[in-house]
Design a binder for this molecule. Structure first.
Ligand code: BGC
Length: 444
Protein backbone atom coordinates (compact mmCIF):
# COMPACT_ATOMS: atom_id res chain seq x y z
CA UNK A 1 0.00 0.00 0.00
CA UNK A 2 1.16 3.46 -0.69
CA UNK A 3 -0.61 6.77 -0.60
CA UNK A 4 -3.43 6.39 -3.06
CA UNK A 5 -4.11 10.03 -3.76
CA UNK A 6 -0.54 10.81 -4.71
CA UNK A 7 -0.42 7.78 -6.89
CA UNK A 8 -3.56 8.82 -8.67
CA UNK A 9 -2.06 12.22 -9.18
CA UNK A 10 1.17 10.97 -10.62
CA UNK A 11 -0.47 8.24 -12.64
CA UNK A 12 -2.91 10.64 -14.20
CA UNK A 13 -0.33 13.29 -14.81
CA UNK A 14 1.37 10.84 -17.16
CA UNK A 15 -1.43 11.37 -19.62
CA UNK A 16 -1.54 15.12 -19.34
CA UNK A 17 -0.23 17.40 -22.03
CA UNK A 18 -1.72 20.91 -21.98
CA UNK A 19 -0.92 23.72 -19.59
CA UNK A 20 -3.61 25.74 -17.90
CA UNK A 21 -3.56 28.88 -15.80
CA UNK A 22 -4.71 29.23 -12.21
CA UNK A 23 -4.16 32.97 -11.85
CA UNK A 24 -7.26 33.82 -13.86
CA UNK A 25 -9.45 31.52 -11.76
CA UNK A 26 -8.15 33.02 -8.53
CA UNK A 27 -8.54 36.57 -9.81
CA UNK A 28 -12.13 35.82 -10.76
CA UNK A 29 -12.82 34.50 -7.27
CA UNK A 30 -11.19 37.55 -5.68
CA UNK A 31 -13.34 39.90 -7.74
CA UNK A 32 -16.55 38.25 -6.52
CA UNK A 33 -18.65 39.73 -3.72
CA UNK A 34 -16.91 40.16 -0.35
CA UNK A 35 -16.95 37.23 2.03
CA UNK A 36 -18.73 37.55 5.37
CA UNK A 37 -15.95 36.40 7.72
CA UNK A 38 -18.24 35.11 10.48
CA UNK A 39 -19.10 31.43 10.67
CA UNK A 40 -22.48 30.39 12.04
CA UNK A 41 -22.93 29.66 15.75
CA UNK A 42 -22.33 26.01 16.53
CA UNK A 43 -19.94 25.48 13.60
CA UNK A 44 -17.67 22.53 14.37
CA UNK A 45 -13.96 23.27 14.31
CA UNK A 46 -11.89 20.15 14.61
CA UNK A 47 -8.94 18.01 13.70
CA UNK A 48 -9.00 14.39 12.55
CA UNK A 49 -7.03 11.22 13.15
CA UNK A 50 -7.58 7.53 12.44
CA UNK A 51 -6.87 4.69 14.86
CA UNK A 52 -4.28 2.69 12.91
CA UNK A 53 -2.39 5.85 12.00
CA UNK A 54 -1.89 7.13 15.55
CA UNK A 55 -2.63 4.45 18.17
CA UNK A 56 0.31 2.10 17.66
CA UNK A 57 0.68 -1.66 18.17
CA UNK A 58 -2.55 -2.40 16.37
CA UNK A 59 -1.45 -5.99 16.03
CA UNK A 60 -4.81 -7.59 15.21
CA UNK A 61 -5.42 -5.30 12.26
CA UNK A 62 -5.17 -6.54 8.67
CA UNK A 63 -2.32 -4.20 7.73
CA UNK A 64 -0.07 -5.17 10.63
CA UNK A 65 0.57 -8.48 8.91
CA UNK A 66 1.19 -6.80 5.53
CA UNK A 67 3.53 -4.17 7.00
CA UNK A 68 5.64 -6.86 8.62
CA UNK A 69 5.95 -9.24 5.67
CA UNK A 70 9.43 -9.80 4.29
CA UNK A 71 9.62 -7.64 1.14
CA UNK A 72 6.64 -5.49 2.10
CA UNK A 73 6.03 -2.41 -0.07
CA UNK A 74 5.39 -0.35 3.07
CA UNK A 75 8.18 2.12 3.72
CA UNK A 76 8.12 1.13 7.39
CA UNK A 77 5.93 -0.54 10.01
CA UNK A 78 3.32 1.38 11.93
CA UNK A 79 4.90 0.11 15.17
CA UNK A 80 4.20 2.40 18.10
CA UNK A 81 2.76 5.12 15.83
CA UNK A 82 2.20 8.20 18.03
CA UNK A 83 1.25 5.93 20.94
CA UNK A 84 -2.15 7.59 21.01
CA UNK A 85 -3.69 4.42 22.42
CA UNK A 86 -2.01 5.52 25.66
CA UNK A 87 -1.69 9.22 25.02
CA UNK A 88 -5.20 10.04 23.84
CA UNK A 89 -5.79 12.41 26.81
CA UNK A 90 -2.75 14.39 25.66
CA UNK A 91 -4.14 14.48 22.12
CA UNK A 92 -7.49 15.74 23.36
CA UNK A 93 -5.67 18.42 25.35
CA UNK A 94 -3.87 19.50 22.18
CA UNK A 95 -7.19 19.89 20.37
CA UNK A 96 -8.81 21.76 23.24
CA UNK A 97 -5.77 23.99 23.82
CA UNK A 98 -5.77 24.95 20.15
CA UNK A 99 -9.30 26.31 20.58
CA UNK A 100 -11.09 23.55 18.67
CA UNK A 101 -14.54 22.34 19.65
CA UNK A 102 -14.49 18.91 18.00
CA UNK A 103 -12.24 15.91 17.44
CA UNK A 104 -12.67 13.24 14.77
CA UNK A 105 -11.22 9.82 15.48
CA UNK A 106 -11.99 6.23 14.54
CA UNK A 107 -12.88 3.05 16.38
CA UNK A 108 -10.49 0.19 15.71
CA UNK A 109 -12.65 -2.80 14.82
CA UNK A 110 -9.64 -5.14 15.29
CA UNK A 111 -9.42 -4.14 18.95
CA UNK A 112 -13.16 -4.25 19.63
CA UNK A 113 -13.65 -7.64 17.91
CA UNK A 114 -10.17 -9.21 17.97
CA UNK A 115 -11.62 -12.66 17.22
CA UNK A 116 -14.70 -13.20 15.13
CA UNK A 117 -17.77 -12.90 17.33
CA UNK A 118 -15.80 -12.07 20.50
CA UNK A 119 -16.24 -8.48 21.52
CA UNK A 120 -14.06 -6.74 24.06
CA UNK A 121 -15.89 -4.65 26.63
CA UNK A 122 -12.56 -3.32 27.82
CA UNK A 123 -11.84 -1.90 24.38
CA UNK A 124 -15.35 -0.51 24.05
CA UNK A 125 -14.75 1.15 27.43
CA UNK A 126 -11.50 2.57 26.08
CA UNK A 127 -13.36 4.36 23.29
CA UNK A 128 -16.09 5.35 25.75
CA UNK A 129 -13.43 7.03 27.87
CA UNK A 130 -12.23 8.92 24.78
CA UNK A 131 -15.76 10.07 24.02
CA UNK A 132 -16.27 11.15 27.63
CA UNK A 133 -12.83 12.77 27.56
CA UNK A 134 -13.89 14.82 24.54
CA UNK A 135 -17.07 15.94 26.26
CA UNK A 136 -15.17 16.87 29.42
CA UNK A 137 -12.99 19.17 27.32
CA UNK A 138 -15.79 20.74 25.30
CA UNK A 139 -14.90 18.73 22.20
CA UNK A 140 -17.72 17.23 20.14
CA UNK A 141 -16.73 13.65 19.30
CA UNK A 142 -17.01 12.83 15.59
CA UNK A 143 -16.57 9.08 15.34
CA UNK A 144 -15.67 7.04 12.26
CA UNK A 145 -16.77 3.46 12.77
CA UNK A 146 -14.27 2.12 10.22
CA UNK A 147 -11.26 3.96 8.87
CA UNK A 148 -9.76 1.50 6.35
CA UNK A 149 -8.28 -1.21 8.61
CA UNK A 150 -10.34 -4.29 9.43
CA UNK A 151 -9.57 -7.17 11.82
CA UNK A 152 -7.03 -9.69 10.54
CA UNK A 153 -9.61 -12.51 10.77
CA UNK A 154 -11.94 -10.45 8.55
CA UNK A 155 -9.25 -9.96 5.88
CA UNK A 156 -8.37 -13.66 6.15
CA UNK A 157 -11.87 -14.67 5.10
CA UNK A 158 -11.69 -12.42 2.03
CA UNK A 159 -12.55 -9.10 3.69
CA UNK A 160 -15.19 -7.11 1.86
CA UNK A 161 -15.39 -9.85 -0.79
CA UNK A 162 -17.12 -12.19 1.65
CA UNK A 163 -20.91 -12.48 1.46
CA UNK A 164 -21.09 -12.12 5.25
CA UNK A 165 -19.12 -8.88 5.33
CA UNK A 166 -22.11 -6.48 5.41
CA UNK A 167 -23.66 -8.38 8.31
CA UNK A 168 -20.36 -8.59 10.16
CA UNK A 169 -19.91 -4.85 9.85
CA UNK A 170 -23.49 -4.23 10.97
CA UNK A 171 -22.96 -6.50 14.00
CA UNK A 172 -19.84 -4.52 14.90
CA UNK A 173 -21.73 -1.22 14.46
CA UNK A 174 -24.53 -2.53 16.63
CA UNK A 175 -22.21 -3.52 19.48
CA UNK A 176 -20.20 -0.33 19.27
CA UNK A 177 -23.22 1.95 18.95
CA UNK A 178 -25.03 0.35 21.88
CA UNK A 179 -21.96 1.04 24.02
CA UNK A 180 -20.97 4.41 22.65
CA UNK A 181 -23.68 6.21 20.70
CA UNK A 182 -24.98 8.17 23.70
CA UNK A 183 -21.94 10.45 23.76
CA UNK A 184 -21.18 10.75 20.04
CA UNK A 185 -21.98 13.99 18.21
CA UNK A 186 -21.72 12.68 14.64
CA UNK A 187 -21.01 9.20 13.33
CA UNK A 188 -19.68 8.06 9.98
CA UNK A 189 -19.70 4.47 8.78
CA UNK A 190 -16.83 4.03 6.30
CA UNK A 191 -13.92 6.21 5.27
CA UNK A 192 -13.55 7.00 1.55
CA UNK A 193 -15.15 3.79 0.26
CA UNK A 194 -15.77 5.49 -3.10
CA UNK A 195 -12.23 4.98 -4.36
CA UNK A 196 -12.19 1.19 -3.96
CA UNK A 197 -11.39 -0.51 -7.23
CA UNK A 198 -11.24 2.74 -9.21
CA UNK A 199 -7.74 3.38 -7.92
CA UNK A 200 -6.37 0.06 -9.12
CA UNK A 201 -7.48 0.81 -12.68
CA UNK A 202 -5.38 3.94 -13.02
CA UNK A 203 -2.23 3.13 -11.09
CA UNK A 204 0.97 1.87 -12.64
CA UNK A 205 0.53 -1.88 -13.05
CA UNK A 206 3.71 -2.64 -11.10
CA UNK A 207 2.32 -1.06 -7.95
CA UNK A 208 -0.93 -2.95 -8.14
CA UNK A 209 1.00 -6.15 -8.82
CA UNK A 210 3.22 -5.44 -5.80
CA UNK A 211 0.18 -5.00 -3.58
CA UNK A 212 -1.29 -8.21 -4.93
CA UNK A 213 1.95 -10.07 -4.16
CA UNK A 214 1.83 -8.84 -0.55
CA UNK A 215 -1.76 -10.01 -0.16
CA UNK A 216 -0.85 -13.40 -1.64
CA UNK A 217 2.13 -13.73 0.71
CA UNK A 218 -0.13 -12.92 3.66
CA UNK A 219 -2.65 -15.53 2.46
CA UNK A 220 0.11 -18.15 2.20
CA UNK A 221 1.36 -17.28 5.68
CA UNK A 222 -2.13 -17.79 7.13
CA UNK A 223 -3.02 -20.72 4.86
CA UNK A 224 -6.14 -19.05 3.48
CA UNK A 225 -7.24 -18.66 -0.16
CA UNK A 226 -7.67 -14.86 -0.09
CA UNK A 227 -6.33 -12.18 2.27
CA UNK A 228 -8.04 -8.91 1.43
CA UNK A 229 -7.30 -5.93 3.70
CA UNK A 230 -9.72 -3.03 4.12
CA UNK A 231 -7.45 -0.70 2.19
CA UNK A 232 -5.74 -1.96 -0.93
CA UNK A 233 -4.50 -1.01 -4.37
CA UNK A 234 -5.25 -4.49 -5.67
CA UNK A 235 -8.78 -5.79 -5.22
CA UNK A 236 -9.58 -9.18 -6.70
CA UNK A 237 -13.21 -8.41 -7.53
CA UNK A 238 -13.86 -4.69 -7.29
CA UNK A 239 -17.53 -4.97 -8.20
CA UNK A 240 -18.26 -7.43 -5.42
CA UNK A 241 -16.08 -5.59 -2.90
CA UNK A 242 -17.84 -2.30 -3.66
CA UNK A 243 -21.30 -3.83 -3.54
CA UNK A 244 -20.58 -5.39 -0.14
CA UNK A 245 -19.22 -2.11 1.21
CA UNK A 246 -22.35 -0.33 0.04
CA UNK A 247 -24.54 -2.90 1.74
CA UNK A 248 -22.33 -2.72 4.84
CA UNK A 249 -22.88 1.04 4.92
CA UNK A 250 -26.67 0.62 4.63
CA UNK A 251 -26.79 -1.96 7.41
CA UNK A 252 -24.27 -0.06 9.50
CA UNK A 253 -26.43 3.07 9.37
CA UNK A 254 -29.46 1.01 10.39
CA UNK A 255 -27.58 -0.54 13.32
CA UNK A 256 -26.35 2.83 14.60
CA UNK A 257 -29.79 4.37 14.21
CA UNK A 258 -31.35 1.43 16.05
CA UNK A 259 -29.10 2.22 19.01
CA UNK A 260 -29.87 5.95 18.95
CA UNK A 261 -32.20 7.25 16.28
CA UNK A 262 -31.32 10.91 16.88
CA UNK A 263 -27.58 10.44 16.20
CA UNK A 264 -26.69 11.98 12.82
CA UNK A 265 -24.96 9.39 10.62
CA UNK A 266 -23.06 9.99 7.40
CA UNK A 267 -20.24 8.66 5.25
CA UNK A 268 -16.96 10.39 4.37
CA UNK A 269 -16.06 10.41 0.68
CA UNK A 270 -12.80 11.40 -1.00
CA UNK A 271 -13.74 14.15 -3.44
CA UNK A 272 -11.36 16.02 -5.69
CA UNK A 273 -12.32 19.42 -7.02
CA UNK A 274 -12.81 18.20 -10.59
CA UNK A 275 -12.92 21.10 -13.01
CA UNK A 276 -13.86 20.98 -16.68
CA UNK A 277 -11.57 22.48 -19.34
CA UNK A 278 -12.67 22.81 -22.96
CA UNK A 279 -15.84 21.73 -24.72
CA UNK A 280 -15.30 17.97 -24.50
CA UNK A 281 -13.93 17.69 -21.01
CA UNK A 282 -14.14 14.23 -19.47
CA UNK A 283 -14.91 15.78 -16.08
CA UNK A 284 -18.50 14.59 -15.77
CA UNK A 285 -17.57 11.07 -16.79
CA UNK A 286 -14.87 11.06 -14.12
CA UNK A 287 -17.26 12.36 -11.48
CA UNK A 288 -19.72 9.60 -12.23
CA UNK A 289 -16.98 6.98 -12.07
CA UNK A 290 -15.39 8.23 -8.82
CA UNK A 291 -18.37 9.37 -6.81
CA UNK A 292 -21.69 8.71 -8.59
CA UNK A 293 -22.99 5.62 -6.85
CA UNK A 294 -21.73 6.62 -3.40
CA UNK A 295 -23.22 10.11 -3.63
CA UNK A 296 -26.57 8.59 -4.59
CA UNK A 297 -26.33 6.11 -1.72
CA UNK A 298 -25.42 8.88 0.71
CA UNK A 299 -28.37 10.97 -0.44
CA UNK A 300 -30.69 8.02 0.30
CA UNK A 301 -29.22 6.90 3.60
CA UNK A 302 -27.34 9.72 5.35
CA UNK A 303 -28.09 12.75 7.50
CA UNK A 304 -24.97 14.51 6.22
CA UNK A 305 -22.13 14.01 3.80
CA UNK A 306 -18.49 14.04 4.93
CA UNK A 307 -16.20 15.64 2.36
CA UNK A 308 -12.47 14.88 2.30
CA UNK A 309 -10.51 16.97 -0.13
CA UNK A 310 -6.82 17.55 -0.74
CA UNK A 311 -6.60 18.72 -4.34
CA UNK A 312 -8.21 19.71 -7.60
CA UNK A 313 -7.92 18.18 -11.01
CA UNK A 314 -8.60 20.01 -14.25
CA UNK A 315 -9.91 17.64 -16.89
CA UNK A 316 -9.47 18.08 -20.63
CA UNK A 317 -10.91 15.70 -23.21
CA UNK A 318 -8.22 13.03 -22.75
CA UNK A 319 -7.11 13.35 -19.16
CA UNK A 320 -6.06 15.80 -16.46
CA UNK A 321 -4.15 18.92 -17.41
CA UNK A 322 -0.85 19.63 -15.65
CA UNK A 323 -0.87 22.20 -12.84
CA UNK A 324 0.27 25.73 -13.66
CA UNK A 325 4.02 26.32 -13.58
CA UNK A 326 3.77 28.57 -10.52
CA UNK A 327 1.68 26.10 -8.51
CA UNK A 328 2.63 25.47 -4.90
CA UNK A 329 3.29 21.79 -4.37
CA UNK A 330 3.16 19.22 -1.60
CA UNK A 331 5.75 16.59 -0.67
CA UNK A 332 4.74 14.33 -3.55
CA UNK A 333 4.76 17.17 -6.09
CA UNK A 334 0.99 17.50 -6.36
CA UNK A 335 -0.51 20.98 -6.64
CA UNK A 336 -1.79 22.64 -3.44
CA UNK A 337 -4.67 24.91 -4.42
CA UNK A 338 -6.77 26.57 -1.70
CA UNK A 339 -9.97 26.71 -3.77
CA UNK A 340 -10.18 22.94 -4.09
CA UNK A 341 -11.99 22.36 -0.80
CA UNK A 342 -14.84 24.72 -1.64
CA UNK A 343 -15.12 23.21 -5.12
CA UNK A 344 -15.49 19.69 -3.72
CA UNK A 345 -17.96 20.85 -1.08
CA UNK A 346 -20.14 22.68 -3.62
CA UNK A 347 -20.25 19.56 -5.76
CA UNK A 348 -21.12 17.25 -2.83
CA UNK A 349 -23.97 19.58 -1.87
CA UNK A 350 -25.30 19.87 -5.41
CA UNK A 351 -25.20 16.09 -5.82
CA UNK A 352 -26.76 15.12 -2.48
CA UNK A 353 -28.50 18.19 -1.01
CA UNK A 354 -27.19 17.00 2.34
CA UNK A 355 -25.57 19.23 4.96
CA UNK A 356 -21.80 19.01 4.62
CA UNK A 357 -19.09 18.42 7.19
CA UNK A 358 -15.52 18.67 5.98
CA UNK A 359 -14.12 15.58 7.70
CA UNK A 360 -10.63 15.93 6.18
CA UNK A 361 -8.63 18.62 4.44
CA UNK A 362 -4.94 19.32 4.76
CA UNK A 363 -1.55 19.11 3.14
CA UNK A 364 1.34 16.68 3.02
CA UNK A 365 4.34 18.90 3.64
CA UNK A 366 7.45 19.48 5.76
CA UNK A 367 7.05 23.21 5.11
CA UNK A 368 4.56 24.40 7.70
CA UNK A 369 4.40 27.84 6.05
CA UNK A 370 2.51 26.11 3.23
CA UNK A 371 -0.04 24.82 5.76
CA UNK A 372 -0.25 28.27 7.40
CA UNK A 373 -1.02 29.75 3.98
CA UNK A 374 -3.45 27.05 2.93
CA UNK A 375 -5.74 26.99 5.98
CA UNK A 376 -7.07 30.58 5.91
CA UNK A 377 -7.15 30.69 2.11
CA UNK A 378 -9.14 27.46 1.86
CA UNK A 379 -11.48 28.54 4.66
CA UNK A 380 -12.17 31.84 2.90
CA UNK A 381 -13.31 29.98 -0.21
CA UNK A 382 -15.31 27.56 1.95
CA UNK A 383 -17.03 30.53 3.60
CA UNK A 384 -17.76 32.00 0.19
CA UNK A 385 -19.57 28.78 -0.69
CA UNK A 386 -21.48 29.01 2.59
CA UNK A 387 -22.42 32.63 1.81
CA UNK A 388 -23.77 31.29 -1.50
CA UNK A 389 -26.05 28.97 0.46
CA UNK A 390 -24.08 25.72 0.78
CA UNK A 391 -24.91 24.31 4.24
CA UNK A 392 -21.45 23.53 5.64
CA UNK A 393 -21.62 22.67 9.35
CA UNK A 394 -18.01 21.95 10.28
CA UNK A 395 -14.36 21.79 9.26
CA UNK A 396 -11.97 19.10 10.53
CA UNK A 397 -8.36 19.38 9.53
CA UNK A 398 -6.25 16.34 8.68
CA UNK A 399 -4.45 15.85 10.89
CA UNK A 400 -4.17 16.74 14.57
CA UNK A 401 -0.67 15.31 14.49
CA UNK A 402 1.81 13.72 12.12
CA UNK A 403 1.07 10.02 11.79
CA UNK A 404 1.49 6.76 9.92
CA UNK A 405 0.73 7.75 6.33
CA UNK A 406 0.06 4.18 5.19
CA UNK A 407 2.61 2.91 2.66
CA UNK A 408 4.69 6.07 3.00
CA UNK A 409 5.23 5.51 6.71
CA UNK A 410 6.15 8.50 8.84
CA UNK A 411 8.02 10.56 6.26
CA UNK A 412 4.84 12.12 4.89
CA UNK A 413 3.52 14.66 7.35
CA UNK A 414 0.07 16.21 7.51
CA UNK A 415 0.09 17.20 11.20
CA UNK A 416 -0.73 20.41 13.02
CA UNK A 417 1.59 18.92 15.63
CA UNK A 418 4.81 16.95 15.25
CA UNK A 419 5.82 14.16 17.61
CA UNK A 420 9.10 12.60 18.66
CA UNK A 421 9.28 8.97 17.48
CA UNK A 422 11.22 7.92 20.61
CA UNK A 423 9.52 9.87 23.42
CA UNK A 424 6.18 10.61 21.73
CA UNK A 425 6.41 14.21 22.94
CA UNK A 426 4.14 16.39 20.82
CA UNK A 427 5.09 19.84 19.56
CA UNK A 428 2.67 22.32 18.02
CA UNK A 429 3.52 23.66 14.58
CA UNK A 430 2.67 27.34 13.92
CA UNK A 431 -0.25 26.22 11.71
CA UNK A 432 -2.00 24.91 14.85
CA UNK A 433 -2.21 28.49 16.11
CA UNK A 434 -3.45 29.68 12.70
CA UNK A 435 -6.38 27.27 12.67
CA UNK A 436 -6.92 27.72 16.41
CA UNK A 437 -7.28 31.51 16.10
CA UNK A 438 -9.94 31.14 13.41
CA UNK A 439 -11.75 28.53 15.49
CA UNK A 440 -11.71 30.67 18.65
CA UNK A 441 -13.02 33.71 16.76
CA UNK A 442 -15.43 31.56 14.76
CA UNK A 443 -14.47 33.95 12.02
CA UNK A 444 -11.88 34.26 9.27
C1 BGC B 1 -7.33 9.25 4.57
C2 BGC B 1 -6.27 9.35 5.61
C3 BGC B 1 -4.95 9.76 4.97
C4 BGC B 1 -5.14 11.12 4.35
C5 BGC B 1 -3.90 11.69 3.71
C6 BGC B 1 -7.25 10.24 3.47
O1 BGC B 1 -7.27 9.51 2.30
O2 BGC B 1 -8.61 9.17 5.12
O3 BGC B 1 -6.19 8.13 6.26
O4 BGC B 1 -3.90 9.77 5.87
O5 BGC B 1 -6.15 11.07 3.37
O6 BGC B 1 -3.46 10.93 2.63
Amino acid sequence: MIDRRSLVTSAMALGASTAMGSAATLAKAAAAKPIDPRFPAGFLWGASTAAHQVEGNNINADLWLIENLPGTMFAERSGDAANSFELWPTDLDLARNMGLNSYRFSLEWARIEPDKGHFSNAMLDHYKAMIDGCRARGLNPVVTFNHFTTPRWFAAQGGWHHAESPDLFARFCDRAARHLAGGIELATTLNEPNLVGVIGEILPAALVAGDRAMQEAAARQLGVPLYAPGVALYVQDAKLYRANMMEAHRRGVAAIKAARGALPVGVSLAILDDQAAGPHSMRDQIRERYYGEWLRLAAQTCDFIGVQNYERKVWGDKGPLPPPADARRNTTGAEVWPGSLAGAVRYAWEATRLPVYVTEHGVNTDDDTLRQWLIPAALAELKRAMDDGVPVRGYMHWSLLDNFEWGFGYAHRFGLHAFDRETFVRTAKPSAAVLGAIARRNSL
